[in-house]
Design a protein around this ligand. Sequence first.
Ligand code: CS2
Ligand code: MN
Length: 359
Amino acid sequence: MKMTFRWYGLGNDDITLDKIKQIPGVDGVVWALHDIPAGVEWPMERIEEVKAQADEFGFNIDVVESVNVHEDIKLGLKSRDKYIENYKKTIEKLSKVGVKVICYNFMPVFDWTRTDLYKNISDGSNALFFEKSKISDIDPKELIRKLAKDVTVTMPGWEPERLERIEELFKAYEGFTAENLWANLKYFLEEIIPVAEKFDIKMAIHPDDPAFPIFGLPRIIINRENIKRFLNLVDSPYNGLTLCSGSLGSVLSNDIPSIIREFHDRIHFAHIRNVKVYENGDFIETSHRACDGSVDIVDVMKAYHENGFAGYIRPDHGRHLWGEEKTCRPGYGLYDRALGIMYLLGIWDTLESQKTNKI
Ligand code: CS2
Ligand code: MN
């Protein structure tokens, strides 16, 4: 298991590399060129710049999250081929600085979606929250306006240039079904995976968050059955998963430890976080502790450990603690993610000692 921490880049993240350096056990930063729009080939100089910045602190840059997929690819438009070509060129360039895993998602229009970015918790902290009933009444444009008012940073998947086109995008998706999305994903994978194989980079799809359709848009990477179907679209180790316990955890019927046990050899990147799901389907992000949320994080770590997981892992979102919501990106503060790492390493180290009969 190789521990990493997400870093949004120099000047784009108040959690700087020198701070990350002080969290025990972190070997690499998970990065991206967040200002490059989906579909555009990443410039080599910019990639090399990040490599030099990480080198200075001794961090690897083995994992990229994300190289975003252009909407025309998801929609299956004719124009997709030129964007797929750019994607392939980006894969090749990333291999030159030693990148090993590319995380991406295939969700129409939106990346992760919440109704509240700073829901107060009784202990005085706050966290990302999803109110199911709100999503069914709210116009997506209204939600975008509401969330944009709350943050000063651009959130991945909610980039202004994409959202300016929101009406156009919804129109393009009219009558679009889950089967259309499956077909377009297959087309994309059949093009990309041979290139990933050639340049030895594992592609790792991120599950949809939340793991059910919203605003009438299909979502397909949502449960065990669909993950199995996804892996069979192109049956290669290079066609793999980012297993996000929080995204899949938004639906109580997803048994995440058993999904890990079944597909561990295709999981290249593990996102670990906990969510508390309520009876009405609302959910809030919690600390990583198993007893604080609905996902048994101890069993999640056991499932990785017993299968000798050698891939990359990172704490995913955390709560905002000690007033840090004033400066950090929603869900990506320093403190809860650092605490999360200590919890995850505590479980892992205990399991390791048990294995070697030290305890
Ligand atoms: C994050 C995602 O919400 C999450 O779980 O990990 O925003 C993730 O970065 C993207 O979906 C990857 O493309
Ligand atoms: Mn995730």
